[in-house]
Design a protein around this ligand. Structure first.
Ligand code: XMP
Length: 518
Protein backbone atom coordinates (compact mmCIF):
# COMPACT_ATOMS: atom_id res chain seq x y z
CA UNK A 1 0.00 0.00 0.00
CA UNK A 2 1.35 3.35 1.07
CA UNK A 3 4.78 1.85 1.69
CA UNK A 4 5.12 1.60 -2.04
CA UNK A 5 7.83 -1.01 -2.29
CA UNK A 6 5.43 -3.49 -0.67
CA UNK A 7 3.07 -3.22 -3.63
CA UNK A 8 1.52 -6.19 -5.29
CA UNK A 9 2.44 -6.59 -8.99
CA UNK A 10 -0.38 -4.53 -10.49
CA UNK A 11 0.75 -1.64 -8.38
CA UNK A 12 4.43 -2.10 -8.97
CA UNK A 13 6.13 1.27 -9.31
CA UNK A 14 8.09 1.83 -12.48
CA UNK A 15 10.16 4.52 -10.85
CA UNK A 16 12.51 3.93 -7.96
CA UNK A 17 14.01 6.66 -5.83
CA UNK A 18 17.19 5.75 -4.02
CA UNK A 19 17.29 7.62 -0.73
CA UNK A 20 20.75 8.98 -0.08
CA UNK A 21 19.83 10.91 3.05
CA UNK A 22 18.08 14.08 1.92
CA UNK A 23 15.33 15.85 3.86
CA UNK A 24 13.57 16.21 0.52
CA UNK A 25 13.47 12.59 -0.68
CA UNK A 26 9.78 12.16 0.22
CA UNK A 27 9.01 15.30 -1.78
CA UNK A 28 10.26 13.60 -4.95
CA UNK A 29 7.66 10.86 -4.47
CA UNK A 30 5.03 13.51 -3.72
CA UNK A 31 5.69 15.40 -6.94
CA UNK A 32 5.56 12.14 -8.89
CA UNK A 33 2.19 11.31 -7.31
CA UNK A 34 0.97 14.79 -8.22
CA UNK A 35 1.68 14.05 -11.87
CA UNK A 36 0.20 10.54 -11.67
CA UNK A 37 3.16 8.24 -11.07
CA UNK A 38 3.71 5.73 -8.31
CA UNK A 39 7.28 5.39 -7.07
CA UNK A 40 9.15 3.44 -4.41
CA UNK A 41 11.63 5.11 -2.09
CA UNK A 42 14.31 2.58 -1.29
CA UNK A 43 17.38 2.60 0.90
CA UNK A 44 20.61 1.69 -0.88
CA UNK A 45 20.44 -1.85 0.55
CA UNK A 46 16.81 -2.40 -0.45
CA UNK A 47 17.44 -0.88 -3.87
CA UNK A 48 20.09 -3.53 -4.45
CA UNK A 49 17.66 -6.35 -3.62
CA UNK A 50 14.85 -4.72 -5.61
CA UNK A 51 16.99 -4.39 -8.70
CA UNK A 52 17.89 -8.07 -8.60
CA UNK A 53 14.23 -8.99 -9.21
CA UNK A 54 12.61 -5.93 -10.83
CA UNK A 55 13.26 -3.81 -13.88
CA UNK A 56 12.27 -0.21 -13.20
CA UNK A 57 11.82 2.17 -16.10
CA UNK A 58 13.47 5.11 -14.34
CA UNK A 59 15.81 5.61 -11.40
CA UNK A 60 16.12 8.79 -9.36
CA UNK A 61 19.04 9.34 -7.00
CA UNK A 62 18.08 11.70 -4.18
CA UNK A 63 20.14 14.42 -2.58
CA UNK A 64 21.91 13.86 0.72
CA UNK A 65 23.79 15.76 3.39
CA UNK A 66 27.10 13.87 3.07
CA UNK A 67 29.94 14.72 0.71
CA UNK A 68 30.78 12.15 -1.95
CA UNK A 69 34.39 12.56 -0.81
CA UNK A 70 33.58 11.44 2.78
CA UNK A 71 34.95 8.10 3.81
CA UNK A 72 31.49 6.83 4.75
CA UNK A 73 29.60 8.55 1.92
CA UNK A 74 26.37 6.71 0.96
CA UNK A 75 27.02 4.33 -1.92
CA UNK A 76 24.73 3.57 -4.83
CA UNK A 77 24.32 -0.11 -5.73
CA UNK A 78 26.32 -1.12 -8.83
CA UNK A 79 23.16 -2.81 -10.19
CA UNK A 80 21.67 0.53 -11.24
CA UNK A 81 24.24 1.10 -13.95
CA UNK A 82 23.53 -2.36 -15.42
CA UNK A 83 19.83 -1.64 -15.90
CA UNK A 84 20.49 0.86 -18.68
CA UNK A 85 17.38 2.88 -17.85
CA UNK A 86 17.20 6.67 -17.60
CA UNK A 87 18.71 8.03 -14.38
CA UNK A 88 18.14 11.41 -12.78
CA UNK A 89 20.61 12.44 -10.08
CA UNK A 90 19.68 15.26 -7.73
CA UNK A 91 22.33 17.19 -5.75
CA UNK A 92 24.29 14.43 -3.92
CA UNK A 93 22.95 12.07 -6.61
CA UNK A 94 24.52 14.29 -9.26
CA UNK A 95 27.85 14.48 -7.46
CA UNK A 96 27.90 10.71 -7.06
CA UNK A 97 27.31 10.25 -10.80
CA UNK A 98 30.14 12.67 -11.59
CA UNK A 99 32.59 10.98 -9.26
CA UNK A 100 31.56 7.49 -10.37
CA UNK A 101 32.21 8.27 -14.03
CA UNK A 102 35.55 9.93 -13.35
CA UNK A 103 34.74 13.62 -12.95
CA UNK A 104 35.82 15.79 -10.02
CA UNK A 105 33.74 16.99 -7.06
CA UNK A 106 35.32 19.47 -4.65
CA UNK A 107 34.36 21.59 -1.70
CA UNK A 108 34.76 24.88 -3.50
CA UNK A 109 33.97 27.84 -1.27
CA UNK A 110 32.31 30.61 -3.22
CA UNK A 111 30.25 28.36 -5.45
CA UNK A 112 28.15 26.88 -2.65
CA UNK A 113 24.46 27.78 -2.91
CA UNK A 114 21.90 27.79 -0.10
CA UNK A 115 18.46 28.92 -1.23
CA UNK A 116 17.01 30.49 -4.35
CA UNK A 117 19.11 30.80 -7.49
CA UNK A 118 18.47 31.21 -11.21
CA UNK A 119 19.70 28.79 -13.83
CA UNK A 120 20.10 29.46 -17.52
CA UNK A 121 19.11 26.32 -19.36
CA UNK A 122 20.33 24.99 -22.71
CA UNK A 123 18.38 22.82 -25.08
CA UNK A 124 17.76 19.45 -23.42
CA UNK A 125 15.07 16.77 -23.25
CA UNK A 126 14.96 17.46 -19.52
CA UNK A 127 13.94 21.08 -20.01
CA UNK A 128 11.36 20.84 -22.80
CA UNK A 129 8.73 23.57 -22.43
CA UNK A 130 10.84 25.79 -20.15
CA UNK A 131 12.10 29.30 -20.79
CA UNK A 132 15.81 30.10 -20.64
CA UNK A 133 15.89 31.49 -17.07
CA UNK A 134 14.47 29.33 -14.32
CA UNK A 135 14.18 30.04 -10.58
CA UNK A 136 15.27 27.01 -8.62
CA UNK A 137 16.19 26.04 -5.07
CA UNK A 138 19.67 24.76 -4.35
CA UNK A 139 21.46 23.69 -1.20
CA UNK A 140 24.99 22.34 -1.60
CA UNK A 141 28.51 22.88 -0.31
CA UNK A 142 30.35 20.63 -2.79
CA UNK A 143 30.50 21.46 -6.48
CA UNK A 144 31.26 19.60 -9.67
CA UNK A 145 34.58 20.92 -10.95
CA UNK A 146 35.14 18.74 -13.99
CA UNK A 147 32.75 16.58 -15.95
CA UNK A 148 33.32 12.93 -16.79
CA UNK A 149 33.74 11.97 -20.46
CA UNK A 150 30.48 11.86 -22.36
CA UNK A 151 28.74 14.46 -20.15
CA UNK A 152 27.78 17.97 -21.18
CA UNK A 153 26.46 21.00 -19.34
CA UNK A 154 22.73 21.67 -19.79
CA UNK A 155 22.25 24.47 -17.23
CA UNK A 156 24.43 26.99 -15.37
CA UNK A 157 24.00 29.81 -12.85
CA UNK A 158 26.01 33.02 -12.73
CA UNK A 159 28.44 31.51 -10.22
CA UNK A 160 28.33 27.86 -11.13
CA UNK A 161 28.86 26.47 -14.59
CA UNK A 162 27.74 22.88 -13.93
CA UNK A 163 24.23 23.30 -12.52
CA UNK A 164 22.79 20.53 -14.63
CA UNK A 165 24.53 17.98 -16.83
CA UNK A 166 23.59 15.11 -19.11
CA UNK A 167 25.05 12.11 -20.83
CA UNK A 168 22.66 11.90 -23.77
CA UNK A 169 23.59 8.45 -25.05
CA UNK A 170 23.39 6.85 -21.58
CA UNK A 171 20.22 8.88 -20.74
CA UNK A 172 21.77 10.03 -17.48
CA UNK A 173 20.70 13.48 -16.27
CA UNK A 174 21.79 15.28 -13.15
CA UNK A 175 20.88 18.55 -11.49
CA UNK A 176 22.62 20.34 -8.67
CA UNK A 177 19.40 22.05 -7.52
CA UNK A 178 16.24 20.50 -6.04
CA UNK A 179 13.41 20.37 -8.60
CA UNK A 180 11.21 18.60 -6.00
CA UNK A 181 11.02 21.67 -3.74
CA UNK A 182 8.17 24.08 -4.56
CA UNK A 183 10.59 27.00 -4.70
CA UNK A 184 11.95 25.44 -7.89
CA UNK A 185 9.10 27.02 -9.75
CA UNK A 186 8.94 24.65 -12.73
CA UNK A 187 10.46 21.63 -11.03
CA UNK A 188 7.35 19.62 -11.82
CA UNK A 189 7.96 20.08 -15.57
CA UNK A 190 11.46 18.69 -15.14
CA UNK A 191 10.04 15.56 -13.49
CA UNK A 192 7.34 15.29 -16.17
CA UNK A 193 9.94 15.50 -18.91
CA UNK A 194 12.04 12.88 -17.18
CA UNK A 195 9.38 10.26 -16.43
CA UNK A 196 7.06 10.84 -19.40
CA UNK A 197 9.30 11.75 -22.31
CA UNK A 198 12.69 10.39 -21.38
CA UNK A 199 11.74 7.24 -19.44
CA UNK A 200 8.33 6.52 -21.00
CA UNK A 201 6.76 5.53 -17.70
CA UNK A 202 3.01 4.86 -17.55
CA UNK A 203 0.70 6.79 -15.27
CA UNK A 204 -0.38 4.42 -12.52
CA UNK A 205 -1.39 6.47 -9.51
CA UNK A 206 -4.55 8.39 -8.53
CA UNK A 207 -5.39 10.03 -5.17
CA UNK A 208 -8.30 7.58 -4.66
CA UNK A 209 -5.75 4.78 -4.58
CA UNK A 210 -4.60 5.87 -1.15
CA UNK A 211 -8.03 5.46 0.42
CA UNK A 212 -8.57 2.09 -1.26
CA UNK A 213 -5.11 0.86 -0.40
CA UNK A 214 -5.34 1.80 3.27
CA UNK A 215 -8.81 0.29 3.57
CA UNK A 216 -7.70 -2.91 1.84
CA UNK A 217 -4.73 -3.28 4.11
CA UNK A 218 -6.78 -2.57 7.24
CA UNK A 219 -9.39 -5.11 6.12
CA UNK A 220 -6.76 -7.76 5.50
CA UNK A 221 -4.67 -7.24 8.59
CA UNK A 222 -6.58 -5.49 11.33
CA UNK A 223 -10.37 -5.29 10.77
CA UNK A 224 -11.16 -7.78 13.55
CA UNK A 225 -8.77 -6.11 16.00
CA UNK A 226 -9.74 -3.29 18.32
CA UNK A 227 -7.99 -0.09 17.29
CA UNK A 228 -7.49 3.26 18.94
CA UNK A 229 -6.91 6.38 16.91
CA UNK A 230 -5.48 9.62 18.26
CA UNK A 231 -7.97 12.35 17.33
CA UNK A 232 -7.06 16.02 17.53
CA UNK A 233 -9.68 17.39 15.12
CA UNK A 234 -6.94 18.31 12.63
CA UNK A 235 -7.17 17.30 9.00
CA UNK A 236 -4.75 14.37 9.40
CA UNK A 237 -6.46 12.56 12.25
CA UNK A 238 -9.95 13.45 10.95
CA UNK A 239 -9.13 12.12 7.47
CA UNK A 240 -7.58 8.94 8.86
CA UNK A 241 -10.60 8.37 11.12
CA UNK A 242 -12.91 8.85 8.13
CA UNK A 243 -10.83 6.37 6.10
CA UNK A 244 -10.83 3.76 8.86
CA UNK A 245 -14.39 4.17 10.19
CA UNK A 246 -16.24 2.10 7.54
CA UNK A 247 -13.76 -0.78 7.81
CA UNK A 248 -13.34 -0.86 11.58
CA UNK A 249 -16.85 0.25 12.70
CA UNK A 250 -17.26 -0.53 16.42
CA UNK A 251 -13.73 -1.83 16.75
CA UNK A 252 -12.51 1.76 16.41
CA UNK A 253 -12.23 4.19 19.33
CA UNK A 254 -11.04 7.77 18.79
CA UNK A 255 -9.39 9.40 21.78
CA UNK A 256 -8.45 13.01 22.35
CA UNK A 257 -5.95 13.90 25.06
CA UNK A 258 -6.64 17.33 26.53
CA UNK A 259 -3.52 18.45 28.37
CA UNK A 260 -4.36 22.16 28.08
CA UNK A 261 -2.66 22.51 24.70
CA UNK A 262 -5.74 23.39 22.66
CA UNK A 263 -6.80 26.78 21.31
CA UNK A 264 -10.05 28.47 22.20
CA UNK A 265 -13.14 26.52 21.06
CA UNK A 266 -11.17 23.55 19.70
CA UNK A 267 -12.58 20.88 21.98
CA UNK A 268 -16.12 21.80 20.84
CA UNK A 269 -15.04 21.55 17.20
CA UNK A 270 -13.46 18.16 17.89
CA UNK A 271 -16.71 16.88 19.38
CA UNK A 272 -18.65 18.22 16.41
CA UNK A 273 -16.41 16.47 13.85
CA UNK A 274 -16.42 13.17 15.69
CA UNK A 275 -20.18 13.24 15.93
CA UNK A 276 -20.41 13.66 12.16
CA UNK A 277 -18.06 10.72 11.67
CA UNK A 278 -20.11 8.58 14.04
CA UNK A 279 -17.11 7.02 15.75
CA UNK A 280 -16.80 6.03 19.45
CA UNK A 281 -14.99 8.81 21.28
CA UNK A 282 -13.26 9.45 24.59
CA UNK A 283 -11.95 12.82 25.81
CA UNK A 284 -9.13 12.24 28.30
CA UNK A 285 -8.29 15.04 30.73
CA UNK A 286 -4.55 15.33 31.47
CA UNK A 287 -4.41 19.07 32.19
CA UNK A 288 -3.22 18.81 35.79
CA UNK A 289 -0.72 16.09 35.00
CA UNK A 290 0.86 18.21 32.27
CA UNK A 291 1.00 21.40 34.31
CA UNK A 292 2.67 19.57 37.20
CA UNK A 293 5.19 17.85 34.93
CA UNK A 294 6.13 21.04 33.11
CA UNK A 295 6.94 23.07 36.22
CA UNK A 296 10.30 24.79 35.77
CA UNK A 297 10.93 23.23 32.33
CA UNK A 298 12.36 25.74 29.82
CA UNK A 299 13.99 23.67 27.08
CA UNK A 300 11.66 23.02 24.15
CA UNK A 301 12.82 19.48 23.45
CA UNK A 302 12.24 18.68 27.13
CA UNK A 303 8.71 20.13 26.88
CA UNK A 304 8.10 17.93 23.84
CA UNK A 305 9.46 14.85 25.63
CA UNK A 306 7.22 15.48 28.64
CA UNK A 307 4.17 15.96 26.44
CA UNK A 308 5.11 12.79 24.56
CA UNK A 309 5.37 10.87 27.84
CA UNK A 310 1.89 11.95 28.93
CA UNK A 311 0.55 11.25 25.46
CA UNK A 312 2.12 7.77 25.43
CA UNK A 313 0.80 6.87 28.89
CA UNK A 314 -2.69 8.04 27.94
CA UNK A 315 -2.56 5.82 24.85
CA UNK A 316 -1.33 2.79 26.74
CA UNK A 317 -4.05 3.25 29.38
CA UNK A 318 -6.78 3.77 26.78
CA UNK A 319 -5.60 0.78 24.73
CA UNK A 320 -5.63 -1.40 27.82
CA UNK A 321 -9.14 -0.31 28.82
CA UNK A 322 -10.56 -0.73 25.31
CA UNK A 323 -8.67 -3.99 24.75
CA UNK A 324 -7.00 -2.49 21.66
CA UNK A 325 -4.17 -4.24 19.86
CA UNK A 326 -3.53 -1.40 17.42
CA UNK A 327 -2.96 2.33 17.70
CA UNK A 328 -3.35 4.31 14.47
CA UNK A 329 -1.92 7.80 14.07
CA UNK A 330 -2.33 10.34 11.29
CA UNK A 331 1.36 11.32 11.23
CA UNK A 332 2.62 12.60 7.87
CA UNK A 333 5.90 12.37 5.98
CA UNK A 334 7.01 15.77 7.33
CA UNK A 335 6.61 14.52 10.92
CA UNK A 336 8.80 11.51 10.17
CA UNK A 337 11.39 13.56 8.31
CA UNK A 338 11.75 16.12 11.10
CA UNK A 339 11.90 13.38 13.73
CA UNK A 340 14.73 11.80 11.76
CA UNK A 341 12.66 8.59 11.42
CA UNK A 342 12.90 8.63 7.60
CA UNK A 343 15.00 10.47 5.09
CA UNK A 344 18.27 9.83 6.87
CA UNK A 345 18.33 13.52 7.80
CA UNK A 346 19.11 14.95 11.21
CA UNK A 347 16.55 15.13 14.01
CA UNK A 348 15.05 18.61 13.89
CA UNK A 349 12.15 18.07 16.28
CA UNK A 350 10.93 15.11 18.28
CA UNK A 351 7.31 14.65 17.27
CA UNK A 352 4.87 13.62 19.95
CA UNK A 353 3.35 10.75 18.00
CA UNK A 354 6.25 9.05 16.22
CA UNK A 355 7.81 5.82 17.51
CA UNK A 356 6.17 6.11 20.90
CA UNK A 357 7.17 2.59 21.91
CA UNK A 358 3.61 1.68 22.90
CA UNK A 359 2.75 -1.71 24.27
CA UNK A 360 0.51 -2.30 21.23
CA UNK A 361 1.23 -2.10 17.48
CA UNK A 362 1.53 1.48 16.15
CA UNK A 363 0.54 2.14 12.56
CA UNK A 364 0.92 5.35 10.54
CA UNK A 365 -0.98 4.87 7.25
CA UNK A 366 -0.24 8.45 6.10
CA UNK A 367 3.51 8.22 6.69
CA UNK A 368 4.42 8.93 3.07
CA UNK A 369 1.88 11.69 2.45
CA UNK A 370 2.17 15.45 2.60
CA UNK A 371 -0.36 17.89 3.94
CA UNK A 372 -1.92 18.95 0.70
CA UNK A 373 -2.42 15.31 -0.37
CA UNK A 374 -4.26 14.62 2.88
CA UNK A 375 -6.48 17.65 2.21
CA UNK A 376 -7.46 16.17 -1.17
CA UNK A 377 -8.05 12.82 0.48
CA UNK A 378 -10.15 14.43 3.25
CA UNK A 379 -12.49 15.83 0.59
CA UNK A 380 -12.62 12.42 -1.09
CA UNK A 381 -13.87 10.78 2.09
CA UNK A 382 -16.56 13.44 2.53
CA UNK A 383 -15.14 15.71 5.22
CA UNK A 384 -16.26 19.34 5.08
CA UNK A 385 -14.02 22.09 3.64
CA UNK A 386 -13.80 23.50 7.15
CA UNK A 387 -12.01 20.33 8.24
CA UNK A 388 -10.07 19.60 5.04
CA UNK A 389 -8.72 23.16 4.89
CA UNK A 390 -7.91 23.32 8.57
CA UNK A 391 -4.47 24.70 9.19
CA UNK A 392 -2.01 22.39 10.94
CA UNK A 393 -1.62 22.66 14.68
CA UNK A 394 1.15 20.77 16.47
CA UNK A 395 0.22 17.97 18.86
CA UNK A 396 1.78 19.73 21.88
CA UNK A 397 -0.11 22.85 20.71
CA UNK A 398 0.18 26.02 22.75
CA UNK A 399 2.84 24.39 24.93
CA UNK A 400 5.31 24.97 22.09
CA UNK A 401 4.26 28.58 21.89
CA UNK A 402 5.55 29.63 25.28
CA UNK A 403 9.19 30.20 24.57
CA UNK A 404 12.20 30.59 26.82
CA UNK A 405 10.48 29.90 30.13
CA UNK A 406 8.19 27.40 31.76
CA UNK A 407 4.61 26.71 30.75
CA UNK A 408 1.91 27.69 33.25
CA UNK A 409 -1.86 27.71 32.89
CA UNK A 410 -1.82 31.53 33.15
CA UNK A 411 0.61 31.80 30.25
CA UNK A 412 -1.41 29.28 28.24
CA UNK A 413 -4.49 31.46 28.84
CA UNK A 414 -2.68 34.59 27.61
CA UNK A 415 -1.48 32.89 24.42
CA UNK A 416 -4.95 31.37 23.94
CA UNK A 417 -6.48 34.86 24.20
CA UNK A 418 -3.93 36.37 21.79
CA UNK A 419 -4.48 33.55 19.31
CA UNK A 420 -8.27 33.86 19.49
CA UNK A 421 -8.31 37.64 19.00
CA UNK A 422 -5.74 37.55 16.18
CA UNK A 423 -7.80 34.91 14.39
CA UNK A 424 -10.95 37.01 14.79
CA UNK A 425 -9.28 40.01 13.17
CA UNK A 426 -7.69 38.02 10.34
CA UNK A 427 -11.03 36.31 9.65
CA UNK A 428 -12.74 39.71 9.48
CA UNK A 429 -10.28 40.79 6.78
CA UNK A 430 -10.61 37.43 5.00
CA UNK A 431 -6.94 36.68 5.52
CA UNK A 432 -7.29 33.48 7.51
CA UNK A 433 -7.35 31.35 4.45
CA UNK A 434 -4.73 28.69 3.63
CA UNK A 435 -4.05 30.33 0.29
CA UNK A 436 -2.82 33.42 2.18
CA UNK A 437 -1.77 32.11 5.58
CA UNK A 438 -1.11 28.39 5.65
CA UNK A 439 -0.50 28.46 9.37
CA UNK A 440 -0.88 31.15 12.02
CA UNK A 441 1.45 30.86 14.97
CA UNK A 442 0.88 33.12 17.95
CA UNK A 443 3.57 32.77 20.60
CA UNK A 444 4.92 34.31 23.77
CA UNK A 445 8.56 35.20 24.41
CA UNK A 446 8.09 34.18 28.03
CA UNK A 447 11.80 34.26 28.78
CA UNK A 448 12.34 37.83 27.52
CA UNK A 449 9.93 40.19 29.28
CA UNK A 450 10.21 43.86 28.34
CA UNK A 451 9.16 47.08 30.01
CA UNK A 452 5.92 48.85 29.15
CA UNK A 453 3.50 51.31 30.69
CA UNK A 454 -0.17 50.63 31.34
CA UNK A 455 -2.28 53.39 32.89
CA UNK A 456 0.34 55.10 34.99
CA UNK A 457 2.15 51.95 36.00
CA UNK A 458 5.30 50.37 34.76
CA UNK A 459 4.68 46.80 33.58
CA UNK A 460 7.09 44.05 32.68
CA UNK A 461 5.42 41.62 30.28
CA UNK A 462 6.45 38.91 27.86
CA UNK A 463 6.00 40.05 24.23
CA UNK A 464 3.47 38.28 22.06
CA UNK A 465 4.64 37.42 18.56
CA UNK A 466 2.38 36.90 15.54
CA UNK A 467 3.67 34.76 12.68
CA UNK A 468 1.86 33.83 9.49
CA UNK A 469 3.55 31.27 7.24
CA UNK A 470 2.60 30.67 3.62
CA UNK A 471 3.67 27.26 2.38
CA UNK A 472 2.53 24.26 0.38
CA UNK A 473 4.53 21.48 1.95
CA UNK A 474 5.77 22.98 5.25
CA UNK A 475 9.34 22.12 4.28
CA UNK A 476 9.93 25.70 3.13
CA UNK A 477 7.73 28.79 3.35
CA UNK A 478 7.41 32.57 3.32
CA UNK A 479 6.70 34.76 6.34
CA UNK A 480 3.44 36.61 5.61
CA UNK A 481 3.49 40.42 5.81
CA UNK A 482 0.10 41.56 7.15
CA UNK A 483 -1.31 44.87 5.86
CA UNK A 484 -0.51 47.89 8.09
CA UNK A 485 -4.10 48.42 9.26
CA UNK A 486 -4.40 44.74 10.24
CA UNK A 487 -1.14 44.89 12.19
CA UNK A 488 -2.31 47.99 14.05
CA UNK A 489 -5.66 46.46 14.87
CA UNK A 490 -4.02 43.27 16.20
CA UNK A 491 -1.60 45.30 18.33
CA UNK A 492 -4.35 47.52 19.76
CA UNK A 493 -6.65 44.58 20.47
CA UNK A 494 -4.06 42.37 22.13
CA UNK A 495 -2.61 45.10 24.31
CA UNK A 496 -6.02 45.54 25.92
CA UNK A 497 -5.21 42.35 27.82
CA UNK A 498 -3.77 43.30 31.24
CA UNK A 499 -0.69 41.10 30.69
CA UNK A 500 0.17 42.06 27.09
CA UNK A 501 2.02 45.31 26.51
CA UNK A 502 4.04 44.56 23.39
CA UNK A 503 3.19 42.81 20.13
CA UNK A 504 5.78 41.81 17.51
CA UNK A 505 5.37 40.42 13.99
CA UNK A 506 7.64 37.62 12.77
CA UNK A 507 8.00 37.58 8.97
CA UNK A 508 11.02 35.28 8.71
CA UNK A 509 10.90 32.66 5.93
CA UNK A 510 11.46 28.93 6.52
CA UNK A 511 14.37 28.24 6.34
CA UNK A 512 16.10 29.67 8.28
CA UNK A 513 13.20 29.98 10.76
CA UNK A 514 10.95 27.00 11.40
CA UNK A 515 7.18 27.42 11.55
CA UNK A 516 7.04 26.95 15.31
CA UNK A 517 9.25 29.02 17.57
CA UNK A 518 10.34 25.99 19.59
P1 XMP B 1 8.28 23.52 11.83
O1 XMP B 1 8.19 24.32 13.08
O2 XMP B 1 9.28 22.43 11.94
O3 XMP B 1 6.87 22.80 11.64
O4 XMP B 1 8.49 24.36 10.61
C1 XMP B 1 6.39 22.17 10.49
C2 XMP B 1 4.98 21.75 10.79
O5 XMP B 1 4.97 20.77 11.85
C3 XMP B 1 4.28 21.27 12.97
N1 XMP B 1 5.04 20.89 14.15
C4 XMP B 1 4.70 19.92 14.98
N2 XMP B 1 3.65 19.09 14.98
N3 XMP B 1 4.46 18.09 16.95
C5 XMP B 1 3.54 18.19 15.97
O6 XMP B 1 2.56 17.44 15.99
C6 XMP B 1 5.55 18.88 17.03
O7 XMP B 1 6.37 18.76 17.92
C7 XMP B 1 5.67 19.84 15.97
N4 XMP B 1 6.61 20.79 15.70
C8 XMP B 1 6.19 21.42 14.57
C9 XMP B 1 4.22 22.77 12.78
O8 XMP B 1 3.15 23.35 13.48
C10 XMP B 1 4.11 22.89 11.29
O9 XMP B 1 2.81 22.69 10.84
Amino acid sequence: MIDSDKNSDKRLPEIIIIDLGSQYTQLIARVLREIGYRSAILTQERAKQWLLVHNPKAIILSGGHASVNDLNAPQIPEEIWKKQVPILGICYGMQYIVKYFGGEVLNTQGKAEYGPTTIQIRESELFVGLEENQDVWASHGDTVESLPDGFEVIASTNVYENSAIANISKKIFAVQFHPEVVNSVNGITIFKNFVENIANCSKNWKPQNIVEEIRDEMREKYADKKTIIGFSGGVDSSALTAVLAPVMSNNLLAICIDAGQFRDGEIDEIKETIELLGVNFDLIDKKNELENSLKGVINSQEKREIFRGIYKRAFDEAAFEFGAEIVAQGSLATDFIESGAIGGGEVIKTHHNINLGLEVIEIHPFRNLFKYEVRVLANEVGLSKKVSNREPFPGPGLILRIVGDSVTSDRLDIVRFADKMTRKILTKYDLLNIEIISQLVVYMLAGSPVVGVKGDSRVYDAPIVIRGLKTVDFMTGEGVQFPDNVRSEITLTLTKHPCISRVLFDETPKPPATTEPE
